[in-house]
Design a protein around this ligand. Structure first.
Ligand code: KG4
Ligand code: ZN
Length: 337
């Protein structure tokens, strides 16, 4: 089964061809020009998706040698994300489905991330603990089967990626903050400042706003005292990264001791973080669970995960009429994003 995936929820335009669950092409065009604004400008993002989508479709065809008429299923991200950006990929996908008379499945972006581990050779085994860490979400989920997902917790304030982006901005590193914090942290001392790990009423919930404020206070106090050196900045980046990673591992440990799961799958843009990857792998070894973390190109936003998730719905017999509201229904009553 040949599936075309389209992703345009934020600042990556991506087109993918997935054949029987195996990725044949996963093309990603990242909108790097947002860097100079210190964050994503929605209007500019939509315009860039419009420019990129057709060249990417053509490149995918060239790479895989499949013609559009050979495609069996078209999928596109329907949300959550920036509305103008989403509309580009969604409308393009629906129009293509109409023109080619092919089935179309709209896909929830977070569900795409949750199942992105299945794009890897070693797949998660049900039931698995899904740790979703991205720019907009921080979630712990118990994935019992393809369509039974129980949400254990979320963040009560900022998402983890958002915290990396904000701290990077405070330190003058730029956007997106995750990769930059990781880079400068390598030069720093992670024990320079002991930042607090956010607390919450529900023991599984995450909180990053207290950590962010503590970082801001420490920057201000060092600046006042003696001025902030490059060395201080690297030390703060490393100390922040340590606390943010600990905030995740602490909840994962709790979940592992409470729920009977077979695998842990770490997904989303922040899953690219090497320290976090190492810590989750370590926990997997300690608790005897298999750990599935996608390769870097499948951690950030990509269309392969959308094609894969769309395929699961299609194989499950789900049908979507092109004139229906495209926001996909959620797979389980307990699943709330
Ligand atoms: O999943 P994603 O590409 O987009 C959303 O769906 O939000 O995640 C983007 C987030 C950004 O906040 C970015 O700073 C973060 O992932 N990120 C990282 C790293 N690479 C990307 N955070 C920490 N360490 C990294 N190496
Ligand atoms: Zn994402």
């Amino acid at each position: 089964m040949i599936v075309l995936g389209i992703e345009s929820s934020c600042d990556e335009t991506s087109v993918s061809v997935v054949v029987d669950g195996e990725v044949k092409a996963n093309l990603i065009s990242s909108q790097l020009f947002h860097n100079k604004f210190g964050g994503v400008i929605p209007e500019l993002s939509s315009r860039a998706h419009l420019q990129q989508i057709i060249p990417l479709i053509k490149e995918a065809q060239k790479k895989t040698k499949f013609s559009l008429s050979e495609i069996d299923l078209i999928t596109a991200t329907a949300g959550p994300g920036l509305i103008g950006a989403l509309l580009v990929g969604l409308t393009f996908g629906k129009s293509l489905a109409l023109a080619l008379n092919k089935p179309f499945i709209p896909v929830n972006h977070i569900e795409g991330h949750i199942f992105s581990g299945f794009l890897m050779k070693e797949k998660p085994q049900f039931p698995f603990l899904s740790v979703v860490v991205s720019g907009g979400h921080t979630l712990l989920l118990l994935v019992k089967s393809e369509f039974e997902i129980v949400k254990l917790s979320t963040t009560i304030d900022d998402a983890m990626g958002e915290a990396f982006d904000k701290v990077s901005k405070m330190l003058g590193f730029g956007y997106p903050g995750g990769p930059l914090i990781q880079k400068y942290a390598l030069e720093g001392d992670e024990n320079f400042i002991k930042y607090p790990i956010g607390k919450s009423k529900n023991k599984f919930d995450f909180s990053f706003s207290g950590l962010k404020t503590s970082v801001l206070r420490s920057i201000q106090s060092i600046e006042k005292e003696k001025g902030l050196t490059e060395n201080d900045k690297n030390n703060i980046a490393a100390s922040f990264q340590k606390a943010a990673v600990n905030a995740i591992t602490k909840r994962v440990k709790l979940a592992l001791s409470e729920f009977n799961i077979k695998s842990i799958s770490l997904v989303g843009g922040v899953a690219a973080n090497q320290n976090l990857r190492n810590e989750i792998i370590y926990l997997g070894e300690k608790f005897h669970k298999s750990v599935i973390i996608p390769d870097l190109e499948y951690c950030g936003d990509n269309a392969a995960m959308i094609a894969y998730r769309g395929m699961q719905y299609h194989l499950n017999g789900d049908k979507f009429e092109l004139n229906e509201n495209a926001y996909p229904s959620l797979p389980s009553e307990t699943f709330v994003l």
